[in-house]
Design a binder for this molecule. Sequence first.
Ligand code: AMP
Ligand code: MN
Ligand code: MN
Length: 342
Amino acid sequence: MPETGPTPADWAAAEALIRELPPDGRVLLICHVNPDGDALGSMLGFGLGLRRLGVRRMQATFPGPPEVPEPFRGLPGLDLLVPATEAYPDPDLVICFDAASESRLGELVDRLDTAGAALVLDHHASNTRFGGVHLVDPRAAATSVVAEQLLARCGVPLDAGIAECFYVALTTDTGSFRFDATTPEVHQLAARLLATGIRPGEISRRVFDTRPFGAVRLFGEVLGRARLEPAAAAGRGLVWTWATLDDLARHDQRAYVLEALIDSVRCTAEADVSCVLKQTAPGEWAVSMRSKGAVDVSRVAVALGGGGHRFAAGFTGRGAAEEVVAAIRGQLDTALIPTAVG
Ligand code: AMP
Ligand code: MN
Ligand code: MN
């Protein structure tokens, strides 16, 4: 998979799509299904930037139910959002954010064909290069890094609204600057975003450190049933747990609260690989995987029909939870990263 970023020709093509948009051109922004902080943050921040450029006819959307997870309900630019059912059927330009493959666009995938042009902003190494013009940079810590660069090239200055969106995206995908993706460039971008006057403490509390009491108790239950398999992944260890729709219902919680669960599970010292199965329908699971560095979990995810990054990936699992974990276990050995010698 290519580890290089966009070429000068890619940047020029993307900039031309934005600059040559007719004054009444309709722009449709789409981010991936079950949007996270980077999906929503990069999309809404870029949308606010386009607005500053004078784009008036613009919608932002994502596939599935039009529900924004509570942690992101304070994001600037939410007024751009429309339900997928109301999205322009044939926009002049469609721009996709943080989606590694067409399948992540759900029912909105047809816009790639009906739109006048399609631009893809992403940072997944597993990006399938769908759409027309690609700005895919696997070295970028978040899609918002790519989005900010394109806005800068189009001459749009950062303001507090754009900055808050990009800051949420950047902190989400870097684990609040804890992951190896946290390069000097990431901190330089964070500095530019903070210089607009946004409040990092308030934003982080809202996005990461607030959850309903029912979710606290639900986490207790789900963490209490976690399984540790020290022999898995050639002795590197696997820890996993699962949460069902019934668990959510009993604690009166929405599915998005489970997105933070993997961060508690992956703390396990005795396991390199961690995994959370989140039931989405009977016999269907949204699977999250993380690795501390011994296993390329994106290989596991791609082998099982999903995608992601080396150390954070996911897929849709089918069958009983035990069967899904058996499928993962079966892929772990081939996904071991050879240790560097010398
Ligand atoms: P998550 O565990 O949901 O936070 O996702 C971790 C990474 O895996 C993200 O970069 C996602 O884009 C990717 N990912 C998660 N689920 C899927 C899926 N069903 N198909 C493709 N990529 C996925
Ligand atoms: Mn994402
Ligand atoms: Mn991302």
